[in-house]
Design a protein around this ligand. Structure first.
Ligand SMILES: Nc1ncnc2c1ncn2[C@@H]1O[C@H](COP(=O)(O)OP(=O)(O)O)[C@@H](O)[C@H]1O
Ligand SMILES: [Mg+2]
Length: 255
């Protein structure tokens, strides 16, 4: 187990493409504290998923270093869980069976699994659907199964790659509020990838803005809003002002 810190230094990643190479990330430096919620924004193809995959240990950097809890990433581990845009719940398992799947893989006892699922179901607002199958649920509910599956194994770090990108706007905002509620009960470190600036502002403590490919850190912006954040924040003048500033910065990053 780790302390939930992430240290990314001089991170560069190139992919071979035929006889040439594509640089996806170039000299990325970010320090993330335990329990911090960091959003990573940038245009499509700027290396966001590549960065997250490296943090997850699913891919390796070309050069530079990534430390999790002070130790170099050697591969995937139970200290880091991922949530993707596409549904990850197994369609042939019920909500309860999906939530306890990772624990079964870890060889945890039936009593332990029951305890974890018993805590998660109300936290996710899925108590009434414990024995339902994913296809019987809405897109937002299926997303909550994915978040629950990630939290079931009690990771120090949650890595989220545009998890709400496929949801309609209303459901997406609802899921942002839900994620904040779940996160405030669990307090893991979160690295949350999005190309939606409003989403980044609503959720995060800091926003790491990447430039178009090759992805470099263009700016790291503190989000000054208190927690807990309420849906009303989205309507506030301060929110609107920060969004305008960030959109301008993004526009400049694109030019
Ligand atoms: N496995 C791969 N092989 C070759 N090129 C890749 C691979 N994965 C990503 N890339 C390239 O790296 C760049 C960044 O991709 P990605 O990290 O998926 O961007 P984002 O998630 O920001 O949209 C893109 O140009 C993409 O084509
Ligand atoms: Mg991506």
């Amino acid at each position: 187990m780790t302390d939930g810190t992430l240290s990314i230094s001089a991170l560069t990643k190139t992919f071979a493409k035929g006889s040439t190479t594509v640089t996806a990330l170039e000299n990325v430096n970010v320090e993330i504290g335990a329990g911090e919620f960091v959003a990573v924004v940038g245009s499509s193809g700027c290396g966001k998923s590549t960065l997250l995959n490296i943090l997850a240990g699913l891919d390796r950097q070309t050069s530079g270093q990534v430390l999790v809890g002070g130790r170099p990433v050697g591969g995937p581990g139970p200290d880091r869980a991922m949530v993707f845009q596409s549904d990850a719940a197994f369609p042939w398992l019920t909500v309860t069976e999906n939530l306890e799947y990772g624990l079964k893989v870890q060889g945890r006892s039936a009593a332990e699994r029951k305890r974890v699922v018993g805590e998660l179901l109300p936290l996710l607002g899925l108590e009434q659907f414990a024995h339902s199958y994913p296809r019987e649920l809405s897109g937002g509910m299926r997303k909550r199964i994915d978040i629950g599956r990630a939290y079931a194994v009690e990771p120090e770090i949650l890595l989220m790659d545009e998890p709400f990108g496929a949801l309609d706007v209303v459901t997406r905002e609802h899921m942002q509020d839900e994620l904040l509620r779940i996160w405030s009960a669990r307090r893991s470190t979160v690295v949350f990838i999005t190309h939606d600036i409003d989403e980044a502002i609503m959720l995060s403590d800091r926003i790491v803005m990447l430039s178009p490919r090759p992805g470099r850190v263009r700016e790291i912006v503190d989000v000054p809003f208190d927690r807990p954040r309420t849906p009303e924040l989205r309507e506030s003048a301060d929110f609107y002002r920060l969004r305008t500033d960030l959109r301008r910065m993004m526009g400049e990053a694109v030019r």
